[in-house]
Design a protein around this ligand. Structure first.
Ligand SMILES: [Mg+2]
Length: 184
């Protein structure tokens, strides 16, 4: 199986650093749990561009970005017997180097680092399984009988309903068992 693993919000806890940036800039006191919608920029009254600029800036200081879970490298490695892991991300060109440094620092195993211009482009790469936190990606996966989605549960994807071929997980430790189920 070919497995596409997202970076922001699934491996790297980028939004913590995002909140710090945004709070400095906007004078707010946002926390991760406040980012409860995908298009949080609307709710916060900032532009989409500003939202993604904060995200890019967060990656400038990649060393301060924590992983989403403890012992993440080991938990990701447990997937490798089910298939090939690629990192598939919508990161900007400018932040690719930082993202790769972060992955190396945290010893996350993967074969290829694939950058896509937008989240919709992930689908055209035809992976068998997508591990992602983007709510909008899941309905597209669900529509394709050849694909499976594993939705990594986050405050901003709480409203995603149950979908065919999509599993919701709270932790990486739940994923190996699901992949075995998918393979059968
Ligand atoms: Mg993400």
């Amino acid at each position: 199986m070919r497995i596409a693993v997202d970076l922001d919000g699934v491996l790297a806890e980028t939004m913590e650093a995002w909140c710090k940036r945004a709070n400095e800039f906007l004078g707010t006191s946002l926390r991760l749990a406040d980012l409860d919608t995908w298009a949080s920029w609307r709710k916060l009254g900032i532009s989409r561009e500003q939202f993604f600029q904060f995200l890019d800036e967060a990656w400038d200081d990649w060393e301060s970005i924590p992983p989403t879970e403890p012992r993440l490298a080991e938990r990701v490695r447990n997937l490798s017997r089910s298939g090939r892991i690629d990192i598939v991300t919508g990161r900007s060109k400018e932040s690719v180097k930082a993202a790769k440094s972060w992955l190396a620092e945290h010893k996350i195993p993967y074969e290829r680092f694939v950058r896509v211009p937008g989240w919709k482009d992930k689908i055209s790469l035809n992976y068998d399984v997508y591990i992602d936190d983007a709510p909008e990606l899941m309905p597209l996966i669900s529509r394709n009988p050849m694909m499976w989605g594993i939705l990594y549960s986050r405050p901003w994807n709480r409203t995603v309903p149950e979908l065919r071929h999509v599993f919701r997980v709270k932790s990486w430790t739940e994923i190996p068992r699901l992949l075995e189920q998918i393979q059968q």
